[in-house]
Write a protein that binds this ligand. Structure first.
Ligand code: SF4
Length: 365
């Protein structure tokens, strides 16, 4: 990931200084909160639904009430930009081997103390480099990418910019993806789908207790949005960063597997990724054995595609046919991808393999 701007200190005064910069844009989803005379506004971008008094910012610090109207402070404010393999998201059943121009901005609406991208996600709006949606999409085309991805920090906070990027990218024949904690409102999710969000990787960070305690969030919202995304025709894959002492008990992981199975179906890919110490967490990395045990639990429960991530060269990076065991996609450290799913089917037994864009090299998205 290339990071343009790294901020180590920040105060709300700096938020106020950004008013004249190009990053200010009217927030799409907002409503008056309570007595109109008090000028308070409710943000309807994510399920925190912050009520923000005049002059103040919401929980994520990317939205400010300016004179009774909410604005985003991060429209086109790019902290990081890089062309990434789609496997990095990770999305394993979505245009495998393709490359997505990926952009991140600043801040987050969760409080995870282990954040692997904390340099930008724990950093409030801090300028960055401005990319208009048209510039970003042109850059994706120039770099030979097949799609776009909004990632690195929480993309929901870049809702307005993403909508315009998706509109232009879809027109240009590119796909669009989000890597998200899945905490947007249904209204935000529906708008993203309308504009051409094709695929999402959503973090399910643990059970209700751990998500509430560490992320200060309600995991039921995430499950609701996963289901809604499927209904809207968005391809969905799930990631759980397995963290020792937080969510590495097999009972907890079995609960997640069971929910995926019953709510979303056995073909929904589940990525068990290895944690490394970051931000406020110094716990040593997750033992690979724990990930393998969790994968076995998921598969025994009936999930057909359970992957292990952040362990380069591990056999569970690959896709295997759930019917005959044939290797269908071979991966090594994201860039080396060999795909053998002709017509979306196993070449050995003919089993249909769920996913999108298996043969994108033969057909434009
Ligand atoms: S996007 Fe930010 S300001 Fe809006 S509800 Fe979520 S946390 Fe609050």
């Amino acid at each position: 990931m290339s990071i343009f701007v790294r901020s180590t200190t920040f105060g709300y005064n700096r938020v106020r200084k950004m008013r004249d910069q190009p990053f200010i844009h009217t927030a799409l989803l907002q409503e008056t909160a309570g007595d109109p005379g008090r000028g308070r506004v409710r943000c309807l971008t994510c399920e925190r639904r912050c009520v923000i008094p005049p002059g103040e910012v919401g929980w994520c610090r990317t939205r400010q009430n300016q004179g009774g109207s909410l604005v985003t402070l991060t429209y086109g404010a790019i902290s990081s930009l890089s062309a990434n393999p789609i496997e990095k998201k990770p999305l394993h059943h979505f245009y495998p081997g393709s490359v997505a121009l990926t952009a991140g901005s600043y801040s987050c609406n969760f409080s995870c103390p282990w954040c692997q991208n904390w340099e930008i996600s724990k950093c409030p709006p801090d300028g960055g480099k401005f990319y208009s949606p048209a510039h970003f999409v042109a850059e994706a085309i120039n770099r030979g990418c097949q799609g776009t991805s909004i990632s690195f920090n929480e993309p929901t906070l870049s809702l307005e910019w993403s909508l315009e990027v998706f509109r232009l990218a879809r027109q240009a024949g590119l796909y669009n993806t989000f890597v998200t904690n899945g905490y947007m409102t249904e209204a935000a999710l529906e708008r993203l789908a309308e504009r051409g969000l094709h695929g999402m990787n959503v973090d399910v960070k643990g059970n209700a207790e751990s998500v509430h305690s560490y992320c200060k969030a309600d995991v039921e919202v995430v499950w609701r949005n996963l289901l809604r995304a499927q209904e809207l025709g968005i391809w969905v894959e799930i990631t759980t960063l397995v963290i020792p002492g937080v969510n590495d008990e097999m009972e907890v992981l079995a609960t997640i597997a069971s929910r995926i199975l019953h709510d979303l179906g056995p073909c929904t890919p589940w990525h068990l990724t290895r944690y490394h110490p970051a931000y406020r967490f110094t716990t040593p990395p997750t033992p690979v054995q724990t990930l393998e045990q969790a994968r076995a639990v998921g598969r025994e429960m009936g999930l057909q595609y359970v992957y292990i991530g952040n362990v380069p060269g591990h056999f569970a990076e690959n896709t295997y046919c759930p019917s005959c065991g044939q290797m269908l996609v071979q991966r090594w450290s994201m860039w080396k991808v060999k795909v053998n799913v002709p017509g979306g089917r196993c070449p050995s037994c003919g089993e249909r393999i769920p996913g999108v864009g298996w043969n994108w090299e033969e057909r434009a998205p």
